[in-house]
Write a protein that binds this ligand. Structure first.
Ligand SMILES: Nc1ncnc2c1ncn2[C@@H]1O[C@H](COP(=O)(O)OP(=O)(O)OP(=O)(O)O)[C@@H](O)[C@H]1O
Ligand SMILES: [Mg+2]
Length: 234
């Protein structure tokens, strides 16, 4: 049921990769639809099998969106069918992105710890506030730091992340999606990080641990929202 959209108008901020990693992880145990709403369709390309090992998880459905006119219906249909719907959006500000975001139970804003990504993340947050006012519906969001260094972060990276983490009005994931070879390798090899060959890719175990933690925090956030909704409804 929950709809999770990945949005940041800055290209390369980690939307597609984080969306795909989350979708594959959740699909280990439940049915998930990922809507590939980027006109370049990176997820549909990833899903095209290269060999018997590179197939997407069985419980993951990849749906290609081709028009802003159909996105809301596609999201509704998928949400009625599957326990999780994940939407990968193009790195632009567009009508389609606004339509998709307005249907989300959680908007994840991936960003690198860099100035341009930070500015674009703030633009998404402003857009969410506007859309929320327009629709009268709360649009929960959370910033996800991506492609972060596991060791030896630069001062600039730490400074940018701190600005967000210290801002009481901006929710941030505790978990970061680190920069890891396994996360880039899924595009080359196909399949999920769990089906990668340890002879060809380093650090698969740590990559899996990283994404298990990310998926767990997503589920915790969605649960907290539900409790909040029920509390307010009571
Ligand atoms: N955590 C990561 N570790 C290693 N490489 C990564 C990671 N996240 C993203 N990348 C790489 O960085 C590049 C950009 O990432 P991605 O495509 O996920 O960004 P995006 O926000 O979806 O970009 P766009 O706006 O162009 O759709 C890709 O080549 C991807 O393989
Ligand atoms: Mg993308």
């Amino acid at each position: 049921m929950p709809v999770i959209a990945f949005a940041n108008s800055k290209g390369g901020s980690g939307k597609t990769t984080s969306a795909l990693l989350l979708a594959c992880e959740l699909a280990e145990t439940t049915d998930v639809t990922i809507i590939d709403a980027d006109p370049r369709h990176p997820i549909s390309k990833w899903a095209t099998p290269r060999d018997s090992k590179s197939v997407p998880p069985k419980r993951l459905t990849v749906l290609q969106n081709d028009s802003e006119n159909t996105i809301i219906d596609e999201i509704e249909e998928a949400a009625a069918r599957d326990p999780f719907v994940i939407i990968d959006l193009e790195g632009v500000a567009s009508k389609k992105n606004a339509f998709a975001i307005s249907q989300a139970d959680l908007v994840i804003i991936p960003m690198k710890e860099q100035q341009q990504d930070a500015e674009a993340a703030l633009d998404v947050i402003k857009e969410l506030v506007t859309l929320s006012k327009m629709s009268g519906k709360k649009l929960p969001f959370s910033v996800l730091f991506t492609q972060t260094k596991v060791v030896a972060k630069s001062r600039t990276s730490r400074f940018i992340a701190k600005q967000f983490r210290d801002n009481a009005r901006i929710d941030c994931f505790n978990v970061e999606v680190n920069e890891r070879d396994a996360f880039a390798a899924i595009y080359t090899m196909g399949g999920s990080i769990r089906t990668l060959d340890a002879k060809q890719t380093n650090g698969i175990d740590r990559a899996v641990e990283n994404i298990t933690g990310f998926a767990a925090e997503v589920v915790t956030k969605l649960r907290a929202q539900n409790i909040d909704k029920q509390g307010r409804a009571a």
